[in-house]
Design a protein around this ligand. Sequence first.
Ligand code: NAP
Length: 262
Amino acid sequence: MSVIPSVLITGASTGIGATYADRFARRGHDLVLVARDHKRMEALATRLRSETGVAIDIMQADLTEAAALAVVEARLREDARIGVLVNNAGTAIGGSFTEQSTDDVARLLALNTTALLRLTSAVAPRFAQAGEGAIINIGSVVGFAPEFGTAVYGATKAFALFLSQGLSLELGPKGVYVQAVLPAATRTEIWERAGVDVNTMSGVMDVGELVDAALVGFDRREAVTIPPLPDAEQWNAYQAARQAMLPNMSQDHAAARYRTAA
Ligand code: NAP
């Protein structure tokens, strides 16, 4: 791509997505903003057009609805100007697993995993064919921390992390960069939407600082970026421990501790 690629950002009406829009616009990228709230995206687009001069399209879409999602997928397949996908749209729901309704957890999955997967699947073949392009998936530190007590939300974020790591290995050699960004608590509306008062919490990062740090990781082409983690060696050690198990997994017999007496 000889020109600066356009960036399609989901969940761009507020929070982390709107901040990515601001930062990519300031880097000179044209944008495609996707979310449900057209009015908020129009206000953001108007401001960014006048401050940065970039071109901004708005796609109003509820990404939990198949028909609306298909329109965004088609745009990603067909619009060769789009060279960066930011899979950011996501939500959380409050309560414990037994309190959450089956419909609510299914809707959570539809947005946090199915939409992310379908959009990635729509764009990846074109990027691989072109030998360039980038996919940023917004996961969460809870995706590797069941101890945080958000089983379904955490599982969706584990999916985002695993998919990103797998695709990084598969698409990296084809010239496509895949980044998983794992924020911890960040000051956005997601908390209020889940019925939590963010002002009662400590250790909450401002959204601008989170996105700026994530973009440092992006520019370094990190596979996994964890903005709040002070010591990167802890993540590296965790990955090394996981990888050390891998050669031991293919065995003709069960491990000794599982063998029953003959
Ligand atoms: P947010 O302020 O609530 O923003 C969420 C965005 O997603 C909004 O633009 C919202 O726009 C959009 N969205 C929600 N439902 C949608 C739907 N059905 N279809 C299309 N768009 C939809 O939350 P945020 O904190 O910025 O979250 C962004 C990402 O960061 C999420 O994936 C979240 O899981 C992740 N994350 C956040 C934190 C945190 O503490 N904030 C921590 C770790 C990870 P509309 O309402 O206009 O559709």
